[in-house]
Design a binder for this molecule. Structure first.
Ligand code: PMP
Length: 322
């Protein structure tokens, strides 16, 4: 990623600005742990997905499989489509985003404003419906389909850019734990590979959002384990990743975070001046637990993947008593 951009357009210089982002120590309580947080919401489209969009599309361009005017089709419930739309606009590619119709109107408008087209798939079919429709559209239109959930270049983008930046930013270049929720798995796999490859004694930490509901039982109420994975944390989805495999993440620590706690932590981060979305609260809450398990001296690193503005119409803001 540090070589000169090889896309022969003037806009290429702007694409190069996608990275780097700051890594800052964040403590929410005066005597609380200081977690090293990568401010990925500062990327131009507002999320870490700019990195994978740029890396994947640049590689295809270099291989001669894309040129000005080529068509890219991707399935995503949001961030990746927005990032693809932005990078396609910068380097002169056409873009179609295939998304479930449940996505927010803000997301649709952002993609359209970058010149992207939208295909909405039935709400009931979820992201799987969008994935199969994208495959079909790409086939019929002879388009490039990045397949973010299985494309190893997704994790590679994080290994060679996000990960190398962090190694240059964290004290002593040593990371003891890397914490992330899993959507495509690109972030946790790429960062783990970067840190382990640099010889760090790193533990991967999977931040898993869960929901617990109060269920009636006669006159009493008890807490019942309801569902793993929380609809309160968009972008972090269950079981779709073909990049994330426990076998490739030795010493994996799994930290469950209640969806309610992820939302409360996100609000605290916003109150501290970090304009982030729910997966940042999820990651931060899990990182605090990882720090507790690994001790004060451990350098625990996590990412703040995207910006709060994408969630004005969700529970993050609607349920917030200001
Ligand atoms: N947070 C947000 C807001 C996301 O959109 C995603 C990816 N869909 C993630 C976190 C998870 O990142 P990854 O796909 O690299 O696992």
């Amino acid at each position: 990623m540090n070589q000169p951009c090889e896309l022969l357009t003037d806009n290429c210089r702007f694409v190069q600005q996608i990275a780097p982002t700051p890594l800052v120590p964040v403590a929410l309580e005066a005597d609380g742990p200081r977690i090293w947080c990568k401010l990925e919401f500062l990327n131009p489209s507002g999320s870490t997905k700019d990195r994978i969009a740029r890396y994947i599309l640049e590689k295809q361009w270099r291989l001669g499989r894309l040129r000005t005017g080529s068509l890219v089709v991707e399935a995503s419930s949001g961030s990746t489509s927005i990032a693809m739309a932005l990078v396609c606009a910068q380097i002169g590619l056409k873009f179609i985003a295939v998304m479930p119709e449940s996505v927010s109107n803000e997301r649709v408008q952002i993609i359209k404003s970058y010149g992207g087209q939208i295909i909405l798939t039935p709400r009931a079919d979820g992201i799987l419906g969008a994935l199969s429709r994208a495959a079909q559209e790409a086939e019929e239109r002879d388009a490039f389909y990045p397949r973010q959930f299985e494309n190893v270049d997704n994790a590679e983008a994080h290994r060679v850019s996000t990960g190398q930046e962090i190694l240059g930013q964290v004290p002593g270049g040593v990371v003891h734990a890397v914490v992330s929720g899993v959507g495509t798995g690109g972030t946790i796999v790429g960062l783990y590979n970067a840190f382990a490859g640099a010889g760090c004694p790193v533990r991967p930490v999977f931040a898993k959002p869960v929901e617990t509901v109060m269920a009636p039982a006669g006159q009493t109420y008890f807490e019942a384990e309801c569902c793993s994975f929380s609809s309160r944390v968009p972008g972090v989805v269950d079981g779709l990743s073909k990049l994330y495999s426990r076998a490739d993440l030795p010493g994996l620590i799994e930290v469950e975070v209640q969806g309610r706690v992820a939302i409360e932590t996100t609000r605290k981060l916003i109150r501290h001046g970090f304009p982030v979305g729910p997966s940042s609260g999820l990651n931060y809450a899990a990182a605090v637990e990882a720090q507790r398990q690994l001790g004060d001296k451990a350098h625990v690193v996590t990412v703040f993947p995207d910006r709060m503005e994408r969630y004005f119409s969700t529970e993050l803001f609607s349920g917030w008593q200001f």
